[in-house]
Design a protein around this ligand. Structure first.
Ligand code: APR
Ligand code: PHB
Length: 393
């Protein structure tokens, strides 16, 4: 088979890129190792920046988001017995959209189905070849036979454990990593959210986050030990601990119920540089991971493919050597935004989680940082600007 852009991975990065390229009339094929059901079954975050919202609208995959998504003009922070509301609308003139990543993926899958662009689920042993030359291709196994997909460009949207970054020659990449000494225990339940807006809490028992998927479905998180096993946490144990970490007045109105999903995720900051190797590009989790505290994972995946789709459209529209300017700057432009989101996610994680290993001085630093936030509009504006999302660039 032959196409213009071969995309590895049907997560939000791969599917949104496919939709934006379709919109630009650029031929593309998506190869995904798992089934569509499996991809849809993964529970992930759910706060969209304006940049991601705009890209979904540009791609024509925003109808359900605009119908069911919840625009939020602010969120709350609780630190010990102190509370602070960050008024995103007043501080930045912008909002965020609370809409689950699962729903975004569902909408992009439906959009792709309607576009008629090829998607091969359960493609085995996908391998990129020849991207340091003029005619790269992907080899893979599908439906029991060996296949070959030739393309002008290959885009690795295959996540942190994907094949595209893994196949790069040693030394081609520089990586940066920070692993946090705790995890997030997440629970999804069909219970009315305990608060209209998200609450991020720093308590002596650890971090907590009260989030939601709709007015009927809640998503809650607790900082937990990396030694914990999800089996150790019954629903009752989760609700009891979550209630302890909520501000007392909020805890009174907590509705509990059976969990639909419960899982523990480690926290990591990771960046691989550069994000381009000849005719192979990396986007999304294939190139970078953020701790979930700032809800930047999905938004960075969207901004990467927003920049790349723009650059590829410029390439295919153009004629002279200038037509490669965008793709030649993709890695640098994407990394500039990635590192700012990494910094914000690390800062927010460092402020709102318990780090017993940092001792009393570490706790005093967090308290002073929160106190400063409470008294400084400038500091709140910095937080709000990063939370709603920095410009695409
Ligand atoms: N061949 C084909 N597909 C692959 C391969 C492979 N060798 N390896 C991985 N994949 C697929 C995975 O099955 C997955 O569906 O690539 C897809 C990668 O999707 P994600 O991991 O969701 O990554 P991305 O699209 O970049 O989205 C990033 O997801 O993890 C969250 O917090 C993260 O919100 C962020 C978003
Ligand atoms: C979520 O709803 O899953 C969520 C929201 C905000 C975050 C992280 C996760 O910062």
């Amino acid at each position: 088979m032959r196409t213009q852009v071969a995309i590895v991975g049907a997560g939000p990065a791969g599917l949104l890129l496919g939709a934006l390229l379709h919109r630009a009339g650029i031929d593309n094929v998506v190869l995904e190792q798992r089934s569509a059901e499996y991809v849809l079954g993964r529970i992930r975050a759910g706060v969209l920046e304006q940049v991601a919202v705009d890209l979904l609208r540009e791609a024509g995959a925003a109808v359900r988001m605009d119908e069911l998504g919840l625009p939020h003009g602010g969120f709350e922070m609780a630190f010990g017995d102190r509370r602070l509301r960050i008024d995103l609308q007043a501080l930045t003139g912008k909002q965020v959209m609370v809409y689950g990543q699962t729903e975004v993926t569902r909408d992009l899958m439906a959009h792709r189905q309607a576009s008629g662009r090829p998607t091969h689920y359960e493609a085995e042993n996908v391998q990129p070849h020849g991207y340091d030359g003029e005619r790269p291709h992907l080899s893979y196994r599908h439906g029991g036979s060996e296949r070959r997909l030739e393309a002008d460009f290959i885009v690795g949207c295959d996540g942190f454990h994907g094949v595209c970054r893994a196949t790069l020659p040693a030394g081609a990449l520089q990586t940066f990593e920070k692993v946090y000494p705790f995890g997030w225990l997440g629970l999804l339940a069909d219970t009315p959210p305990v608060n209209d807006e998200l609450i991020y809490g720093h308590t002596e028992r650890g971090f907590m986050l009260a989030s939601m998927r709709s007015h009927e479905r809640s998503r809650y998180y607790l900082q937990c030990s990396l030694d914990d096993k999800v089996e150790q946490w019954s629903d009752e144990a989760f609700w009891a601990e979550f209630s302890r970490r909520l501000p007392a007045d909020v805890a009174q109105r907590l509705a509990t119920g059976p969990s639909l999903e419960k899982s523990i995720a480690p926290l990591r900051s990771f960046v691989a540089e550069p994000m381009r190797f000849g005719r192979l590009f990396l986007a999304g989790d294939a190139a970078h991971i953020v701790p979930p505290t700032g809800a930047k994972g999905l938004n960075l995946a969207a901004s990467d493919v927003g920049l790349l789709a723009r650059a590829l459209a410029e390439y295919y529209r153009g004629t002279g050597p200038g037509r490669s300017a965008g793709i030649d700057h993709y890695s640098q432009q994407a990394l500039a935004r990635v590192w700012k989101a990494e910094r914000f996610s690390w800062w927010f994680t460092s402020l709102m989680h318990r780090f017993p290993e940092n001792g009393d001085f570490g706790l005093r630093m967090q308290q002073a940082e929160f106190d400063y936030l409470c008294h400084s509009t400038a500091a709140q504006t910095v937080l709000a600007e990063n939370y709603v999302g920095l410009p695409l660039g």
